[in-house]
Design a protein around this ligand. Structure first.
Ligand code: NDP
Length: 278
């Protein structure tokens, strides 16, 4: 499994597993847990979840999946901005830890910019880190100006990543946020790398490249998201066959010709656009 370095030198798997829409149905929980476990066994041992997903239900499924193998997993969860006050961060982190059945998170993210002054949230993240409740903290859905603000704050350069929407039809970050992040040695975490299995997977360009590699368009979308060695990609699958397919995508290397073909249909940005998010 290729790895990506966080700014403090921690090595994490470049390809992980998303969990949005998991934990929504008790009837599906056992199979979702089994897929997550299979993913961990295949090296997709970075798991992204959030207190928001199924109102804590996704964290419970993840907790069941990591039981007995916590140390093998790089566990990421997120706090909603309306909860990210000084006291709220401590309380909500504790609730996430309880649902996840663990006493620490590897990475805790502010889900999107929001309600409380950022200094307050960052100071609270730092306290959690000192207390050993979290190993790293970061942000999500932050555009360049937001990131510059973070980096100008006390302890702001301890930010470990920014999780943003990124796939061939949503390339806006390549104009400024991605180069800035690269310059700061800050990996980006690409969410919805499969475009949520919508129009993107029907792309003729992805299909053509997939055919050359004996792969699927989903695998090409994942390989594309990993191509710069500084991006962590977190496709979600609750389907055993899709999971196996996604895991294999980590070994696909796209050629210059493949990338040029994708660029012709899915154009890189020519100007600044505000950050797209779901
Ligand atoms: P993805 O782009 O990962 O797409 C998920 C969809 O693709 C599911 O319907 C899944 O279905 C399907 N799929 C998975 N693998 C394949 C495959 N090989 N072939 C065909 N279809 C496939 O979308 P998400 O929005 O879920 O993003 C991934 C993760 O990123 C989330 O789960 C979440 O953890 C995170 N996220 C973070 C956000 C943020 O604001 N920070 C916002 C959105 C997502 P199936 O399960 O049946 O395989």
């Amino acid at each position: 499994m290729p790895t990506v370095l966080l700014p403090d030198g921690t090595s994490v798997p470049a390809l992980g597993q998303g969990t949005w829409h998991m934990g929504e149905s008790a009837a599906r929980a056992a199979s979702e847990e089994a897929v997550l476990r299979d993913g961990i066994a295949r090296g997709l041992s970075l798991i992204d979840t959030a207190e928001m997903y199924a109102d804590g239900g996704a964290e419970r499924v993840v907790g069941a999946a990591v039981k007995g193998q916590r140390e093998r997993v790089f566990l990421v969860s997120k706090i909603m901005p309306q909860n990210a006050s000084a006291a709220g961060v401590a309380r909500h982190c504790e609730a996430s830890l309880k649902r996840l059945g663990t006493d620490y998170l590897d990475l805790y993210l502010l889900h999107w910019p929001g309600s409380y002054p950022l200094e307050q949230t960052i100071a609270a993240f730092e306290r959690l880190r000192e207390a050993g409740k979290i190993r790293h903290w970061g942000v999500s859905n932050f555009d360049l100006a937001d990131m510059e603000e973070v980096f100008a704050m006390p302890h702001g350069t301890n930010c470990a990543t920014n999780q943003v929407l990124y796939h061939p039809d949503e390339r806006g970050i390549e104009f400024d946020l991605l180069p800035w992040s690269r310059d700061k040695k800050l990996p980006v975490m690409a969410y919805s790398p499969l475009g949520q299995a919508g129009r993107l997977l029907r792309s003729p360009a992805l299909k053509a490249v997939a055919q050359r590699h004996g792969a699927t368009p989903a695998q090409i979308a994942i390989a594309w998201s990993l191509r710069d060695g500084n991006t962590i990609s977190i496709p979600k699958s609750a389907d055993p066959a899709h999971l196996r397919e996604n895991a294999q995508a980590a070994s696909i290397r796209l050629s210059e010709a493949d990338l040029a073909e994708i660029d012709r249909t899915h154009r890189p940005p020519a100007r600044k656009t505000s950050l797209a998010m779901l």
